[in-house]
Design a protein around this ligand. Structure first.
Ligand SMILES: [Zn+2]
Length: 253
C-alpha cells in the first residue's frame, strides 16, 4: 500500500513542468488587490418592523420590502467600511457602524418624495409605490442611508452620500438595469459628478472598476471618520475628482 502511494506521488510530481521563467509577472498580490472588492466583516440584520396602519393596502409590498431589508442589510454592511477597518490597510481606526436595535418601514398614503430615511426609520410614499410597484430598489437606497449614518461634518458632501446610496442600489443590488434601456445616461455638456444620485453612482462605479474597487469603501470610511473624502480620488486613481470626471465623460461619449 505504502509503496503504491509513494509511486503515485512521485509520478505526479514528475509530470508537473518546471515554472517557465518567461511567463509575464502579472499575478503579484499588490497589482491584484485593486480588483478585489474589500468586503467588511458581515453584520447581522436587526429586527425589521413594518407599519402600514396609515396605508393598509401596502401590506404585500411592505412584506416584500421587509424581505429585501432582511436579505440586503448584511451584504450592504460588507460593501461599505462598516467594521471600522481601513479597506486597504485593514488597520482598525476611527468609527465603526453602530447597529440600530431595529429598522422600521413606515408607509404613508402620500409624501413629497418617494421615500426618506431618518436614523433607522424609512418612510415610504404609498402613492409612489402604487404607481411604481417594481421600485423595491429604492428600499436598498434608503437602507444604505441607515447604514451610512455619517457624523455631521462640513467635509461630507451630500452629493457623495446620495451617490453611494445609488451606487449600492443600481450597481450592486440591481445591475441588470444597466443591461437594458434603464442604463444611466449622462449629458456630457451638463452633467457633473456632484449631480448626486445616479450620475455620481455611474461615475463611482466606472472609477472603481477602472482604478480600484476599494474606492467606494474608502470614501465611506473617510466620511464615517468625519474626514474629507475628496483627497482619496487622487490617492486611489492618481487623478482628482474633476480630472477623473473629464476622463469618464470622454470614455462614455
Ligand atoms: Zn437618498
Amino acid at each position: 500500500m505504502g509503496l503504491v502511494h509513494i509511486a503515485f506521488l512521485s509520478t505526479s510530481f514528475a509530470d508537473i513542468p518546471k515554472a517557465a521563467p518567461s511567463l509575464p509577472q502579472v499575478f503579484d498580490a499588490v497589482s491584484l488587490k485593486r480588483y478585489v472588492y474589500p468586503l467588511a466583516n458581515p453584520i447581522a440584520c436587526p429586527k425589521v418592523t413594518i407599519d402600514t396602519r396609515d396605508f393598509p393596502s401596502a401590506k404585500p409590498w411592505a412584506e416584500a420590502a421587509k424581505s429585501v431589508v432582511e436579505n440586503w442589510f448584511t451584504p450592504l454592511t460588507q460593501l461599505l467600511a462598516t467594521d471600522g477597518y481601513d479597506p486597504i490597510t485593514r488597520v482598525k481606526s476611527g468609527s465603526a457602524f453602530r447597529v440600530p436595535k431595529g429598522i422600521t418601514l413606515i408607509f404613508k398614503p402620500t409624501l413629497e418624495v418617494p421615500a426618506y430615511c431618518v436614523g433607522s426609520t424609512i418612510t415610504i410614499n404609498g402613492a409612489w409605490i402604487s404607481a411604481h410597484p417594481d421600485d423595491l430598489g429604492m428600499v436598498v437606497h434608503e437602507l444604505t442611508h441607515v447604514i451610512q449614518q455619517y457624523p455631521n461634518s462640513p467635509t461630507t458632501p451630500g452629493w457623495l452620500v446620495e451617490g453611494i446610496a445609488d451606487y449600492t442600489r443600481w450597481w450592486r443590488y440591481e445591475p441588470e438595469l444597466h443591461a437594458g434601456a434603464g442604463r444611466t445616461k449622462i449629458n456630457p455638456a451638463k452633467s457633473k459628478y456632484t449631480d448626486a444620485y445616479r450620475t455620481t453612482a455611474v461615475w463611482l462605479a466606472w472609477a472603481g472598476r477602472k482604478y480600484n474597487y476599494a474606492l467606494v469603501p474608502c470614501l465611506d470610511k473617510a466620511m464615517r471618520d468625519a474626514r474629507d473624502p475628496m483627497p482619496l480620488f487622487a490617492k486611489l486613481t492618481g487623478k482628482n475628482a474633476d480630472d477623473l470626471w473629464q476622463e469618464f465623460v470622454t470614455e462614455v461619449k
